[in-house]
Design a protein around this ligand. Structure first.
Ligand code: ADP
Ligand code: SF4
Length: 682
């Protein structure tokens, strides 16, 4: 295939100070939960991005000194010379594919509670740290400022020795002491590092100049800066101090990497910011104030949109964290005219949950992310089939579709039987919930490729029972039959049915999907804590119901703190006048009222409701699996060699988990057991 010549501009080399990027595709720094703890795994992941055509591949934030560390988050460290060797693993992996390697050096200021090193953090002004740890940062004196400048310089020299081509000075997301010095609300100093903006920028200017002096002969100095904090004039704004700062430092760095702040605004989910390029309105001015190349992000996956940004003078580099996670081969697919094969990010932020929970990164769309070394999974390559044995997959939700796609790539003859009239399973309804349209991409990417595979057949409207499966005589049977929401209220809070359920009609998300939409006073009991309870509250409030969300957790959709959505969800629900009854259990139900109780005191509170929606837990739809297992003595006659359950019918979870389990089963068919590779712990 040949690429559209309009896209050639994306493959132009671009000079950044003393180095040259081979293309305009730029993987900006992003966290990944591997960092210093799993350096080989980290290097393998970054190397695959370079192989996939990213012209620049950067680290996550890398701490320059032990007096500023954010454990238990697993970031990078370049505290001393002993860290150089592990960084070299990454620079070698990136250079092997002709890309440039960048390192984001950070000193976190009051963002770092120093839980591991137990040293008092430092900040421009004495203040409590940003987390709720009972820790205060102390105000930096002149000696501390001298030390910090030296640490930056020394870290830059170590970075150069480790083989990095681009060395970052980081002043973004309110996570860097340099930004804290620039933010008037955090810098209340009266010396020449405080007060007027020129003074507040002084330290950044010094660090940038000194990094350039130290390594600028062979390394480019990149400056990552958040031009807009989205809190109005209380913070840096892109039409106020953000512009002034860019103007003051315009030609000092070799490259500008510009974002909005905080991280939850920069990496916003598609539910709250559906359009690509949502940062343009804040960052587009930067190019008019500097001759140096500018990189910016905005969940870019549309190739025409990328070209328009370069041609329109908005950006010089197409920056990406999430689009490069969802598809490390995005640039190569564009280069080779295979745009239809791009696995587009859905903006769900499951990738962020890895960092939040201090485990290696995972991705809904790309199940190989984080598994490049541990399991040896490559996002584009998979072992050829072991035999010509045909495979039957029952169910075409995310698990069945991913499994079919990978088995199809392996060359197996695959038959998919789906009881519904379209493929997609849970995605079809969930993507109709408010803000969830992007989830359709999970289906569309896979369906599009499957339809082109001569060795894969998909049968719709084809519910299979055990007799049918046995009669078809497929050597390998994979069940991906999904799950259903429980209607007995059991879940985390209740291990037995909630008393009184028989007295009134109970609804679950599946009933709403079937068109049974309650009105009037509707109570939702959310003991699931991910997105579903909040989504249903938002949906019903939007349809005019008076909604009360009862949750034993302190916050609505509590787990979404890990996707950085929680505050936005709570705000939206409150704006839609949803009453949130937090820290309350649903004890019992009668025909008129719901009896709830405070989870701390047990104090009762009755609530009137016309309808009750239970969002507590899901049952695996594993009847077919159980029946077939019970008839294992018929397998030989039926020619069945293996029977595997995947996705929600094995254990209900996220879409990411269903895709992952589908992928795992496809990799392992006629090969390794599922637990192979789990202990490759580098
Ligand atoms: P997962 O997230 O594990 O992929 P989903 O619930 O999204 O699960 O998808 C399961 C799919 O399996 C649904 O599309 C459902 O219609 C289909 N399905 C369930 N039982 C059967 C069956 N017995 N025969 C064929 N298809 C089935
Ligand atoms: Fe995009 Fe979701 Fe993958 Fe993150 S986890 S890269 S948001 S698809």
């Amino acid at each position: 295939m040949t690429r559209d010549t309009r896209y050639d501009i994306l493959f132009e080399p671009v000079k950044i100070g003393p180095v040259t990027a081979p293309s305009r595709f730029y993987q900006v720094p992003h966290c990944n939960g591997m960092g210093y703890r799993h350096p080989e795994r980290h290097a393998a992941m970054r190397g695959i991005k370079a192989e996939g055509g990213w012209g620049v591949v950067c680290t996550e934030e890398v701490e320059i000194h032990p007096s500023s560390e954010i454990s238990p988050s697993i970031e990078g460290r370049i505290w001393d010379a002993s860290d150089i060797a592990y960084h070299r693993l990454m620079t070698d992996a990136v250079h092997a594919h002709g890309a440039l390697a960048g390192i984001e050096l950070v000193y976190n200021g009051f963002h770092a509670p120093n839980r591991e090193t137990r040293l008092p953090p430092m900040a421009p002004t004495a203040m409590p740290v940003a987390a709720y740890d009972p820790v205060h940062a102390r105000a930096m004196d002149r000696r501390d400022i001298q030390d910090l400048r030296r640490w930056y310089r020394e870290a830059a020299l170590r970075a150069k020795e480790a083989g990095f081509d681009i060395v970052y000075v980081y002043a973004g997301h309110s996570m860097s002491v340099l930004m804290h010095f620039m933010q008037a609300r955090f810098n209340q100093r009266t010396d020449d590092y405080g007060g007027a903006l020129e003074n507040r920028v002084r330290l950044t200017k010094e660090v940038l100049s000194e990094a350039k002096d130290a390594v600028g002969d062979s390394c480019a100095i990149a400056f990552r800066f958040s031009v807009e904090e989205m809190i109005g004039t209380a913070g840096i704004t892109s039409d106020g101090e953000g512009q002034d700062i860019v103007g003051m430092l315009a030609e000092l760095p070799d490259l500008w990497d510009v974002t909005v702040s905080g991280w939850a605004n920069d990496t916003v989910t598609a539910r709250f910011e559906p359009s690509e390029g949502y940062q343009d309105k804040h960052t587009a001015f930067v190019k008019s104030l500097t001759t140096k190349p500018v990189v910016g992000v905005g969940r870019f996956t549309s190739v025409d949109g990328m070209v328009a940004r370069i041609r329109g003078g908005v950006l010089d580099f197409i920056g990406a964290a999430r689009p490069s996670i969802a598809d490390p081969f995005l640039p190569k697919k564009i280069r080779e005219g295979r745009v239809d094969e791009i696995r587009e990010c859905i903006g769900c932020n499951i990738c962020v949950t890895g960092d939040m929970q201090s485990v290696p990164i995972r991705c809904t769309q790309n199940p190989t992310m984080g598994e490049e070394r541990r399991r040896g999974w490559h996002p584009e390559r998979i072992a050829a089939k072991v035999s010509d044995d045909p495979v039957l997959i029952v169910g075409a939700g995310p698990a069945g579709l991913e499994c079919a796609l990978q088995l199809g790539k392996r060359g197996y003859p695959v038959t998919v039987a789906e009881s519904g009239l379209e493929v997609g399973g849970r995605l079809n309804w969930e993507s109709q919930l408010p803000g969830m349209a992007s989830y359709r991409r999970v289906r569309e990417y896979r369906e599009g490729l499957l339809r082109q595979m001569a060795n894969v057949e998909i049968y719709l409207d084809s519910a299979l029972n055990a007799d049918a499966v046995l009669a078809f005589q497929f050597p390998h049977v994979i069940l991906a039959t999904g799950s259903s929401w429980r209607r007995d209220g059991t879940g985390r809070q209740h291990q037995r049915e909630i008393p009184g359920l028989a007295q009134r009609q109970i609804l679950t998300p599946d009933d709403l999907m079937g068109g049974d939409v309650p009105a009037g006073k509707v109570a939702i009991f959310d003991d699931d804590h991910y997105i579903m309870g909040g989504l249903i509250a938002e949906l019903l409030a939007g349809l005019g119901a008076q909604v009360t969300l009862i949750t034993p957790a302190p916050l609505a959709s509590h787990w979404t703190e890990n996707t950085m959505e929680q505050k936005r969800i709570q705000k939206r629900l409150l704006e839609k006048e949803v009453t949130i009854v937090a820290n309350h259990d649903l004890l019992s139900i009668d025909s008129n009222e719901l009896e709830t109780a405070c989870v701390f005191t047990g104090k009762r509170r009755d609530l009137a409701a016309d309808a009750l929606v239970l969002v507590t837990a899901r049952n695996a739809d594993d009847q077919l699996h159980q029946e077939l297992r019970g008839r294992a003595d018929e397998f030989t006659t039926a020619g069945i060699k293996s029977l595997t359950a995947i996705g929600d019918c094995l254990a209900p979870g996220t879409v990411a988990s269903a895709v992952y389990l589908g992928h795992l089963a496809a990799r392992n068919l006629e090969g390794e057991p599922w637990d192979a590779g789990l202990f490759n712990r580098g």
